[in-house]
Design a protein around this ligand. Sequence first.
Ligand code: CA
Length: 223
Amino acid sequence: MRILVVEDDPDLNRQIVAALGDAGYVVDKAMDGEEGHYLGETEPYDAVVLDLGLPVLDGVSVLEKWRRAGKKMPVLILTARDRWSDKVAGFDAGADDYVVKPFQMEEVLARMRALLRRSAGHATSELTCGPMVLDTKSARVTVNGTAIKLTSLEFRLLSYLMHHGGKVVSRTELVEHLYDQDFDRDSNTIEVFIGRLRKKLGVDVLHTIRGMGYCVSEPDNAN
Ligand code: CA
């Protein structure tokens, strides 16, 4: 899952980016509204953390422009405690949730998990596929109850496919959602990671759909 953080306070920006990175997401950052708007319009993010008080272009305007352009990614806005009108303006502009400053980072992470889950149509923090369970809260994967040790990239790859369970995801889409904007992307490496994941999982849940991409589904439903 790839997330954009738009926050002009350098310390806060760094903290949010670090926390999301530690939680297993790929994170891009912007320090003002104009840069944030540009990234959100041109890159395919799974979710955005958007401060409302931003230089150059304010957060509500950024959000309005994205929504007018048909961008549907979930957006979590950051608002100041005494500015209830900001929240209203944010929701009216198309925000999905908000966190009031100052906040506990855990709250941002929990709300982000919920947003990603809901936008993918899942009601709980555990995503299940046959004998495999991916817990989005603890970032752990088990197969038949046994914990599987994955690298952060393997986890991101599996998590993205699990969030889109049953749907075929192209290699290009995976690359776009697994690496940040500065990464030297090579879609051929995806096949390598898929192979490693299959081996580690030891169950037939990762399917290659020739010429189209990959999907996660129960062993019985294999194409
Ligand atoms: Ca600000």
